[in-house]
Ligand binder design. Sequence first.
Ligand code: KG4
Ligand code: ZN
Length: 352
Amino acid sequence: MRVLGIETTCDETAAAVVQLNPGGAGEILSNEVMSQIAEHAAYGGVVPEIAARAHIEVLDRLVARALYDAKVKLADLDGIAAAAGPGLIGGVIVGLTTAKALALASRKPFIAVNHLEAHALTARLTDGVEFPYLLLLVSGGHTQLVAVKGVGDYLRLGSTVDDAVGEAFDKVAKMLGLPYPGGPEVERMAAKGDPTRFDFPRPMQGRAKPDFSLSGLKTAVRLAAQRIHSPSQTDVADLCASFQAAIVDMMIDRSRAGLRLFRERIGDCNAMVVAGGVGANGAIRRALSRFCGESGLRLILPPPQLCTDNGAMIAWAGIERLSLGLVDDMTFAARPRWPLDSNAEAAHHGKA
Ligand code: KG4
Ligand code: ZN
């Protein structure tokens, strides 16, 4: 089984072909990603209108390249999948319409994929992990802990009540004069700084419900930065290190609460899986690996290019759904808000 996956929900245009091999393992035949970071950098965040136009400009060529790299033609595919949300509506419509047109023209099944579900299932493509497992999704738009029980079967254990973790990294970077996207810059500066110089708050520490909150921490960093007149490189490094230390403590404390709730509600947990761009942070990866070691839990950290937005995860989610006979028709509309867990209120996914 081979599926083409299209991703256009945010600032990455992506197309990929993934194949399901006999035995159940997935194989990425091609994985094309074009980032729009340069187009948005001047604004310090993603501008929806610019994003939608940029997707239109490159998507057809990207799809052609994904097919070419995979050495397949449309006729060799078994389905065409696109992320139908959640995300920025203009971009979502571009990917969804393209996928529907290709499916109609080639008479192949069309699969509308939830972008969050695609992140959630990536660990089954990379590591073949069995259900159920605990997912920590941390990106620029999403911060949640989810119990992944099966395809289409999710329980959201907790999420952020304000900003996403990646968004907090980006905002802190901006207030300290570092370029966008801020996460890698803050991490680079933090490596040179003193994490104990500023005693920043660890919001939600000790709470049983595994929710996150970033706004108090972000304000504390702003106030500390304002108290220093013209901060030196050392000051900026110390601010970054102290901020990152607070984030790391918070992530571990919230993951601990998430694991406890998982074991209470669901039972045995097969693994902890990390997804989203923030999962590329070395300090967070090291802390999670220590935490999982202590908790007797297998940790799955997909490679960074599969943690951030990509087409392979959409194609794989398409394969998982198609294998269960889950296909969609041409009336499927873009869903800018589309929570993974339909019992939880709409997921937070605002971006700058
Ligand atoms: O998953 P992603 O590529 O895009 C979406 O948000 O959908 O995540 C991007 C986010 C940005 O906020 C970026 O600052 C953050 O991930 N990020 C990092 C690191 N690399 C990327 N945050 C902390 N440390 C990093 N090394
Ligand atoms: Zn994403």
